[in-house]
Design a protein around this ligand. Structure first.
Ligand code: ATP
Length: 131
């Protein structure tokens, strides 16, 4: 089976570089399934799971923001944050979720709802992958 190299990088440094048979991501315009030989493209990523399929296994990463760059033999994911399931602190994500939900339910005028919604999405994504 043909493979492509997937490289995931955040501002904190590289998260992984490995070969996979298929990469599935959620861009802001919908789901993308990338196989080796795909035409080059650049797409913005949403707060979502990246699924990395190899021979007998599928790995998942939680990503938040950034872009994916696709070339026929390589996918580069440049994300604001990216975590493997084992690196996700579930308690921290639970706390972030509770904090965001509290803010969204608050009636105070000084709450930045868009910011709270994004924080909630990040927490739910981490819980979905690591929890
Ligand atoms: P929090 O409010 O808990 O900081 P956040 O969604 O605001 O959550 P981010 O700004 O997305 O956090 O991430 C900041 C850094 O902390 C990144 O390096 C990210 O990978 C890491 N991080 C955030 N939440 C978790 C978590 N639950 N487990 C592991 N690492 C996390």
């Amino acid at each position: 089976m043909k493979t492509l190299t997937v490289s995931v990088v955040t501002p904190d440094g590289p998260v992984m570089e490995e070969d996979f048979e298929m990469v599935s991501c959620k861009s802001e315009t919908g789901e993308l399934g990338i196989l080796p030989g795909h035409i080059p493209l650049v797409a913005p990523l949403s707060i979502s799971a990246v699924r990395l399929k190899s021979d007998n296994d599928t790995k998942r990463l939680s990503v938040n923001g950034g872009f994916m760059e696709v070339r026929p033999d390589k996918v580069t994911i440049l994300a604001q944050t990216a975590e493997k399931p084992s690196d996700i602190n579930v308690q921290r994500a639970e706390e972030a979720k509770a904090r965001a939900e509290r803010r969204l339910q608050s009636k105070q005028d000084d709450i930045d709802f868009q910011r709270a919604e994004l924080a909630l999405k990040r927490a739910l994504n981490r819980l979905n992958i690591g929890g």
